[in-house]
Ligand binder design. Structure first.
Ligand SMILES: [Zn+2]
Ligand SMILES: [Zn+2]
Length: 272
């Protein structure tokens, strides 16, 4: 079903244990011929820069045709970005004076991406920051705002795992995806298409036992909807190790059911 994977975390990521040699070996065995490591770039503080240096070192050490260096950016409040740059610390940031609709930012600038030699980027929303997530409508609007920021930023090549959130008790769409207005999908599709940003079919959102069966079905249909709107789709396993997991059969079952074929998955644009 897929022969490329554009969202993988190596052992250089603060939260992952996948050795690059293990990744390369297994990818060859299961026929994933083009892929990239995308370790987390969350906050502009020394530890995250050090992780990315390590990510780059590992990529360059084992580099070969078809193996790329990417990064996973995440949306953070601009006030937090500025605090981190100024102090070198994330833990001393407080959000007491932040107003509604705070500006968003990413850890890395265009110059940083160039300096690290990143071939492409995945960007995703991971935290709702100053939003009261118990207010469902506000939360949906806020999450959509993050997606729109991502879709419209020149640093982004792939929108990672749209609508993922780690606390399903607040993210009500993870039980019934139809609570999200179709107009949001349309607006997002327009921006992604216009800017040449791909949408990611993230393995963890397509099948499994974390969410209700109904959600997975709706989410696969959503992927197809975006694809038919003209948005380019990439596959991302979002593997964190310690082994490189094989999702081919399940992805084929889940996305094949809504009409996807292997050739519908593309490779992102490359910056270098
Ligand atoms: Zn992520
Ligand atoms: Zn990830």
């Amino acid at each position: 079903m897929y022969t490329s994977d554009w969202h993988i975390h190596s052992s250089a990521s603060y939260d992952a244990q996948l050795p690059v040699p293990e990744l390369i070996k297994t990818a060859a065995e299961i026929g994933v011929t083009r892929f990239g490591i995308t370790d987390h770039a969350n906050f502009p503080i020394p530890s995250f820069f050090a992780n990315l240096e390590e990510s780059k070192r590992l990529h360059d050490k084992y580099g070969f045709e078809g193996f790329y260096l990417g990064v996973e950016l995440t949306t953070i409040p601009r006030t937090m970005y500025e605090h981190c740059i100024k102090t070198g610390r994330r833990d001393t940031y407080t959000s007491t004076n932040v107003v509604d609709n705070y500006d968003l930012e990413f850890m890395l600038t265009m110059d940083d991406l160039e300096r690290f030699g990143m071939s492409y980027t995945v960007a995703a929303a991971h935290s709702a920051w100053h939003t009261d997530v118990s207010k469902t409508n506000e939360f949906i609007i806020e999450w959509h705002r993050h997606h729109m920021y991502i879709a419209n930023d020149e640093r982004v090549d792939i929108l990672g795992h749209p609508w993922w959130f780690d606390k399903p008790q607040f993210a009500v769409w993870l039980s019934d995806f139809s609570v999200i207005p179709v107009s949001m999908h349309d607006e997002l599709a327009c921006a992604l298409k216009e800017n040449g940003v791909c949408i990611e079919a993230n393995a963890g959102m397509l099948y499994g036992d974390k969410y209700p069966e109904k959600f997975y079905k709706q989410y696969c249909e959503y992927m197809r909807y975006m694809f038919e709107k003209g948005v380019k789709v990439t596959f991302g396993s979002d593997c964190h190790g310690p082994l490189y997991a094989d999702h081919r059969l399940e992805v084929e079952k889940a996305l094949g059911a809504v009409g996807f074929k292997s050739e519908d998955f593309i490779i992102p644009r490359f910056r270098r």
